[in-house]
Each structure stands twice: as structure tokens, then as C-alpha cells.
Design a protein around this ligand. Sequence first.
Ligand code: NAD
Length: 272
Amino acid sequence: MSSTAPRIAIVGVAGRMGRTLVNAVAQDEAASLAGGIVEPGSSLTNADLGELAGIGRLEVTAVDSLDAIVDDFDVLIDFTAPKVTLANLAFCAQHGKAIVIGTTGLSDDELAELDSYRDRVAMVFAPNMSVGVNLTLKLLETAAKALGDEGYDIEVIESHHRHKVDAPSGTALRMGEVVAAALDRDLKEHGVFERVGQCGPRDAKEIGFATVRAGDIVGEHTVMFATEGERIEITHKASSRMTFARGAVRAARWVAGRDAGRYGMNDVLGLE
Ligand code: NAD
């Protein structure tokens, strides 16, 4: 929407995704890096963002509050934590900025709060910004419609690095939601997130989730459709955070200058 390169600021530039996002914005000729925010009081305040990201000086320094750069950016990219993201969303609503939110692990109340901004802020919110994952969601919808009520058991298995703080991953939940919606099921009713002890045989309609946390796995998701005699597995494996960061920058370019609304990667990628 924006005819000139949007000016992008990144929250959480000291984090795993934050550093990768700095790299992705710096590589993108259709966007400019306007600023980066670290936690209030962080020793990294005033650090050069390029040095933080390990790509050499960019002559843009980290600040520890959005107020310090309020006039410098058009779009904020936020991959941090739910409470931080909601505070930044309020800031964007107040100052007419667009926002791209990659943060996962929001509770139902936090999701409702996020949604309450849809008339005031142009936001892209997606638990996974990779183009491949969003294509995978479409494949899952097709598979679920074709197979689901013909006796196929559906299980979602996800693996991530040892530092991840929420489970199951936002992407796994999104995959479960897509499959459930395609089958007219409610994930809240049919999702099974724990099996331990004498839990009995599985119900035909349940959608099971299993979580692996180990080492440095960037993110792997498999949805299994299994019946007697065969099983189909649809798998996505991310090998670098750059795939999420590039998707987020694409979303930032797309949302700059748009009307208020809550958008997803489907909208950004024109997949609907
Ligand atoms: P991380 O812990 O490495 O980084 C989070 C950063 O946020 C930290 O550096 C922390 O200092 C910073 N932070 C916290 N409070 C802040 C504040 N008030 N102001 C500025 N910075 C603040 O975590 P990560 O691995 O980078 O993941 C961050 C989030 O992104 C998680 O919710 C994760 O699940 C999600 N994620 C989403 C996608 C996607 O495609 N949507 C992909 C990967 C990760």
C-alpha cells in the first residue's frame, strides 16, 4: 500500500527473532530500518543494531522505549512476549502506527484484548510467518476435508528448541484449528493436549497434540492422518529463523498504510 519504503522498527532486537529481523530488514531494499527497542534499562541500549545482529555496523542504535523513536517509524514488528506485545499494540493505536505481531502463547483473554484493537490499528498477527507454513495450512485444510470423517485419526506433533516457553506451539495450535474447522469440529472440545496413565483409547474425533523440546530445533510440525492400513503425514521443517523474519518483513511492507483491521498471513500472501 505504501508507495515509499516503509520505515520499520523492531521490538526485542536482543532476542533470537529480533536479531534475525534486523538482518532481514537490512537485506530488504524495499524497507528501511528505523529503530530497535530493547528492554527498559538494558545494557544494550545505544548498541548498534547491526553489531547486535552480527552483520556489521548499520548506524542505527537501540533505544529502550518506543517514545524515543515515535516519529521515526511507520510499522512496528514485535516478536516478544504477550504482555509486552499488548502494551505495544496500545502504543500503535495511540500513535497511528501499523504493527506485525509474531508473539505466541497469548491466553484467551489476551487474544480477546488483541482483537479489541482491530478497528483502531492495522495489524498482521500470525503464529507463524513462514510462507511454507502458510501453504502447509492450505494443504492441511484440503487433506482434512478429503480424509477427516472417514476414520482417520489426526495427531499434531511439534518440535522446538529448549528455550521455547509456550506449548504447544502457536503454529501447532493453528494447524489444529484449521483441521478442526475443515471438519466442523471445535478444537476446544476435541483437542487433547495431555495423555498420561490410564487415559483409555482415543476418541475418533479427537485431535491430539504432542510436544518435543530439545537442543536447537528451529521448528518442526507434522500433522498425521492415520487409519488402518495407511497414514499420511504433512510436515514442515524450518531450518533457519530467517524464514519467519522474511515473512514478517513482507507482512510489514504489506500492512504499511492499510486501513485498520486484523489481518493474517493469508491476506499478506493472497492465499484466500
Ligand atoms: P527471545 O526470548 O529470544 O526474545 C524475546 C526478546 O524480547 C528478548 O530479547 C527480550 O529482552 C525482549 N523483550 C522483552 N520485553 C521487552 C520490552 N518490554 N521491550 C523490548 N524488548 C523486550 O524469544 P524468541 O525466540 O525471539 O521468540 C519471541 C516470540 O516470537 C515468542 O513468542 C516465539 O514463540 C515467537 N515466534 C514467532 C514466530 C512466528 O513466525 N510468528 C517465529 C519464531 C518465534
